[in-house]
Design a protein around this ligand. Structure first.
Ligand SMILES: Nc1nc2c(ncn2[C@@H]2O[C@H](COP(=O)(O)OP(=O)(O)OP(=O)(O)O)[C@@H](O)[C@H]2O)c(=O)[nH]1
Ligand SMILES: [Mg+2]
Length: 482
């Protein structure tokens, strides 16, 4: 070996050691992307990553607008036990002809995005280029609905689940499971076979309820989307009404199911929230208020109740298991009304007002706890553009896009290829009017996503159109890139 080889090797060792050291010193921002099923988490994460990596048009994201972002890239998967977020696959779906939205998420995944930047502050700039890691997880929205279980006993949960299953709108979905439950009592002896049959019928009921009303299907979330738990004994339980004194007999089926319910909480729900929701630095809560608005008053009431139950668990200072875990670390929370591109921008204020009305209690709580809170209307991936149509002398603010095949509006069925100009109507000026018949005049359809160009030079086609994604990024990350 020549001396120069040795010197090279030594230099390499020093370089990789200093790279490892500088990686250790690189701050990590844990960004929580929270939202119910279909609220837009996967699209938001894909669009965020793409916009940062491809240098998107983000005028209100200061670090980008000032040209201080040198490079952004995805790190190799930091955690060997979790799959990486399928960013490239989601992007490939958007680049197809015709472009497709990502599939509904079925399992947990994670990503680490690294941003290299120049500080805006002279002193910090003198220390050299800055680096920031951003860690994000993506998961099926159904799993979020399990959060309120943590504060419930098996008896309470059972009572609640039975009321839900007995609602007239669930009659068909629960047609098999409710009679099965009616044949059991709090004193029915423990029986493994009975537990399995009951769990199977209960799962079928949950699937059917989801088919009827995908927005607010009852849980637990893992019964319909088990992820790695498919076939696991942890899912062999179902609700069983307690006896008059509120309990179950000794050696009874109820006692056995209650034990499994507690195991589900300890081994499934708690670890999920402990590992992925605690210690978040920043949080964005995505709320698909428009789908609820278009589904009517009952759906809005359901959305409000679901959000309230979930957000109450993030309550700082209370005695809940989760709030102890959260401490007061999350110092900024953005509540975003997603899919705002379904409306002309003239209506975005009203959409924000609706979201405020849906989460009023959580907003007050977060603000009193000292977190900086913002509400915004957002489209992480804009599928429409704005236009004006004339009706006589009237000018109507419209949106133009390609409705997905099979979408219907005013008796018309769309073919998935033809562009249409749609006047979605005006949201009520007072969010309290939401349960009123005024909503019936609103018309929403789902649109095809815009096509992303992955080949060729970085230019217009490489960037993703959005609504206020840049402001959202500025609020969530901006000060860490100062
Ligand atoms: N027009 C429009 N539609 C959107 C936007 N974001 C999401 N969508 C629509 O909402 C659907 C759900 O978005 P996802 O990102 O898959 O939702 P998710 O929260 O990941 O859902 P789960 O994986 O089921 O928990 C998409 O298939 C789109 O139809 C947006 O910015 N604009
Ligand atoms: Mg998803």
């Amino acid at each position: 070996m020549r001396l120069s080889d040795l010197a090279d090797a030594a230099l390499e060792a020093v370089q990789s050691a200093s790279a490892a050291l500088s990686d250790l010193a690189t701050p990590i921002l844990r960004l929580g992307v929270t939202g119910l099923a279909r609220s837009g988490k996967t699209v938001f994460i894909t669009s965020l990553v793409r916009s940062l990596i491809a240098g998107g048009r983000l005028p209100f994201f200061a670090a980008m607008a000032e040209g201080r972002i040198t490079r952004a890239y995805l790190e190799p998967q930091p955690d060997d036990t979790l799959p990486r977020f399928a960013y490239e696959d989601h992007l490939a779906d958007l680049a197809r002809e015709p472009p497709q939205w990502p599939q509904s998420t079925r399992r947990l995944s994670q990503l680490r995005l690294t941003i290299e930047y120049t500080s805006a502050l002279t002193l910090r700039r003198a220390l050299g280029p800055g680096r920031l890691h951003i860690d994000i997880v993506d998961y099926p929205g159904e799993w979020l609905s399990d959060l309120p279980l943590l504060d419930q006993s098996f008896a309470d949960w059972s009572r609640h689940a039975l009321v839900e299953a007995s609602a007239p709108r669930r009659a068909t979905a629960a047609a098999e499971w409710l009679p099965f439950h009616a044949g059991l009592a709090a004193t029915t002896p423990a029986d493994e076979q009975l537990a399995r049959v009951g769990a199977e019928l209960f799962t079928r009921y949950l699937r059917a309820a989801h088919g009827d009303q995908p927005l607010f299907a009852p849980g637990p979330g893992r019964f319909r989307l088990p992820g790695d738990l498919a076939g696991s004994p942890l899912l062999t339980f179902f609700p069983l009404a307690p006896g008059r004194e509120g309990g179950y007999g000794r050696a009874s089926l109820g006692t056995m199911l209650a034990r499994r319910f507690e195991s589900y909480k300890s081994y499934v729900v708690k670890p999920f929230f402990r590992d992925h929701f605690a210690r978040l630095d920043r949080q964005i809560v995505l709320i698909d208020a428009l789908s609820a608005v278009s589904a009517g008053g009952q759906a809005l009431a359901d959305l409000k109740a679901t959000l309230q139950a979930i957000l109450a668990c993030f309550r700082p200072g209370s005695n809940t298991w989760l709030s102890r875990l959260f401490a007061l670390r999350t110092d900024r929370v953005l509540f975003a009304a997603t899919k705002a591109d379904h409306l002309h921008h003239a209506n975005h204020d009203r959409l924000e007002a609706i979201v405020r009305a849906l989460i009023d209690a959580a907003l007050t709580r977060a603000t009193t706890a000292g977190a900086e809170v913002k509400v915004t209307a957002l489209a992480a991936l804009r599928a429409t553009r704005e236009a004006e149509a004339r009706r006589g002398r009237e000018r109507l603010p419209c949106i133009v896009g390609v409705p997905l095949p099979g979408e219907r509006l005013a008796g018309k069925v769309f073919d998935g290829r033809t562009e249409a100009a749609i006047f979605p109507g005006d949201l009520p000026s007072d969010a309290r009017d939401l349960i009123s018949p005024a909503l019936e005049n609103l018309g929403f359809v789902a649109f095809r996503p815009p096509r992303v160009r992955l080949d060729g030079p970085q230019g217009e086609g490489a960037l993703l159109p959005h609504v206020r994604l840049d402001r959202a990024i500025e609020f969530l990350l901006g000060d860490w890139l100062q």
